[in-house]
Design a protein around this ligand. Structure first.
Ligand code: FAD
Ligand code: NAI
Length: 491
């Protein structure tokens, strides 16, 4: 009995300790401590962007060693892997964003955050120009900032290949507002299709959802839309749901070219079961207001009417990146993005570093790569700070013994290892509670697909979400969807 009593007491004490620790952590999170001021004797690092690359750098950088300034047109981090889920309301957009100040306010030294767009980088004077991107003052003010080191993590923009009409009529899927626009437009198409006296052709067009690009973005959007149709629209729009058509257009011979052959086949057969039409070897040539012009495998062109067009054909460099490349004509000549060395230093510059989708490296433009680069760069900066400190100390009067010790330490800090990417695998949701996964396994690869892989997909995304707050919100959204269904109101 005494063992049982001891066990109960331990359990009680453990629970009280757990609740107290959680409450304290929550209190600390909500009420961050006082931060050190900017220190003019420290170097200033200006970070452009608040995406995967920059946020992972900001999270890991030691602000005892540097003054840090963040410039980004959006004041939050966005967990892009769950963005397709936001287009149909499986997950709320607010659940997958994390205000950047929730991170910077917990650093030991105050970090300046400017919600602004960097419009120019001047490598000669080590300054950047930033423009306030809000309309609150009527006109947009601009300012300049000086840096000792600049981190370029501005990502990429949507690739359109200059195809006529894409910007005007297509919807992208990269930012929060894209997902909101797709959701609104989808509901508009459905409601308008139900308006009195629509011709059968117009109903067919309005309910024709065309997705261009069979990469992971296009596939995941098609999958989410399919689930929305089956789980919700069928109940709330019984007369229209059966007429909704999902078509995916891909220029290559198959979708998901980066995945293994068996997973491509599995995805294509799953889509067939889900009545999602895939047109491979079909290239979009022009986008018009209500139809697209495509070139079919036999070379013939035809038109395809649509109500909603989602354009997901990959990335291209932003104007800021192209402008920076033009300033280093001898070293920057890869059109895809910024050329960097193995330490993420911009080729041609000692003080600019670049990472994530803004760069052209041997790695795919993914969140995994960007996040690992951000963490690596913070470590590199730590080593650089230690090196600078030792060099300064070696310049002062030291005993022979101390000098030797510091020289040995300096030697170590100068041996900076290059960036090494560790691939954790690729995942993609394909609808009907199924996902596919290509995972590194020993020297080879483990390919799996199905419902169990979806459980893995969910747990992987939950554990990779940026904060406990995001985790709680996303799990709540998933439960809400399961028990109450998705919301079909317009955004
Ligand atoms: P981003 O995350 O795009 O961040 C760029 C930042 O720079 C943003 O904060 C932006 O506001 C800011 N910025 C832009 N212009 C300027 C400027 N002029 N001045 C200052 N700041 C600027 N990858 C995966 O590995 N797994 C996935 O499951 C996955 N799913 C995805 C789903 C979708 C729908 C999309 C679109 C992408 C997905 N990716 C995924 C890819 C991944 O999101 C990108 O590779 C990743 O976001 C790149 O990180 P980044 O920091 O380089 O760029
Ligand atoms: P992508 O570059 O992976 O795929 C774009 C597809 O569009 C290509 O297959 C291309 O052949 C096709 N295409 C291009 N022009 C076309 C045209 N005119 N007509 C028809 N098809 C055309 O782009 P995506 O999907 O936007 O992904 C961008 C990056 O983000 C990739 O690196 C991807 O791996 C990553 N990502 C990863 C996800 C995941 O791991 N689950 C999810 C979403 C994105």
């Amino acid at each position: 009995w005494s063992k049982w009593a001891m066990f109960k007491t331990t359990l009680k004490v453990g629970s009280v300790a757990f609740v107290a620790t959680a409450a304290y952590a929550m209190y600390e999170f909500r009420h961050p401590a006082h931060q050190q001021d900017f220190d003019p004797s420290k170097k200033t690092v200006v970070v452009l962007g608040s995406g995967w690359a920059s946020t992972s750098f900001i999270k890991a950088i030691d602000t005892d060693e540097y003054n840090v300034v963040v410039v980004s047109p959006r004041n939050y981090f966005l967990f892009t892997p769950l963005l397709p889920s936001c287009t149909v309301g499986t997950v709320d957009v607010r659940s997958i964003v994390e205000p950047i100040r929730f991170i910077t306010r917990h650093k030991s030294r105050a970090v300046k955050v400017y919600e602004a767009e960097c419009t120019e980088i001047d490598p000669d004077h080590k300054t950047i120009t930033l423009v306030d991107n809000s309309d609150v003052k009527g006109s947009r003010e601009s300012s300049t900032l000086s840096y000792d080191y600049l981190i370029v993590g501005v990502g990429a923009m949507n690739q359109t290949f200059g195809i006529k009409g894409v910007e005007e009529y297509g919807c992208f899927l990269k930012e929060v507002w894209d997902a909101q626009k797709v959701r609104t437009k989808l509901m508009d198409c459905i409601e308008t299709a139900g308006f009195p006296d629509q011709s059968p052709e117009e109903i067919e067009r309005l309910l024709g959802i065309v997705i261009v690009g069979g990469g992971p973005t296009g596939i995941e959007y098609a999958a989410e839309l399919h689930d929305f149709l089956i789980d919700d629209l069928t109940d709330w729009y019984p007369d229209l749901a059966g007429k909704l058509n999902i078509t995916l257009v891909e220029a290559l011979p198959n979708v998901l070219p980066a995945f293994s052959k068996q997973l491509i086949d599995y995805t294509e057969s799953t889509f067939k079961e889900q009545n999602i039409t895939i047109h491979t070897k079909t290239m979009v040539k022009e986008v018009r207001e209500k139809e697209i012009v495509v070139q079919r495998p036999d070379g013939k062109t035809e038109t395809m009417p649509y109500g909603l067009l989602v354009w997901a054909t990959g990335n291209t460099a932003r104007p800021l990146v192209r402008d920076l490349m033009a300033k280093f004509p001898n070293t920057q000549n890869i059109r895809r993005g910024l050329a960097v060395d193995d330490w993420l230093r911009l080729e041609g510059s000692e003080s600019i570093f670049a990472l994530g989708d803004a760069t052209a490296t041997k790695y795919a433009p993914t969140a995994q790569v960007a996040a690992q680069q951000g963490k690596y760069l913070a470590r590199l900066f730590q080593q650089m700070a230690a090196r600078d400190r030792l060099q300064k100390e070696l310049g002062s009067d030291l005993s022979d013994d101390d000098r030797k010790k510091k020289e040995r330490k300096l030697q170590k800090t100068q041996d900076i290892k290059p960036f090494h990417y560790s691939h954790q695998g690729s995942l993609c949701y394909i609808g009907s509670d199924k996902a596919i996964a290509d995972l590194p396994f020993g020297a080879g690869n483990l390919a799996s697909g199905g419902v169990a892989t979806y459980a893995f997909w969910r747990s992987a995304y939950i554990s990779n979400l940026f904060s406990a707050r995001n985790r709680v919100l996303v799990i709540t959204d998933w439960l809400k969807k399961t028990f109450l269904g998705r919301d079909i109101s317009r955004e």
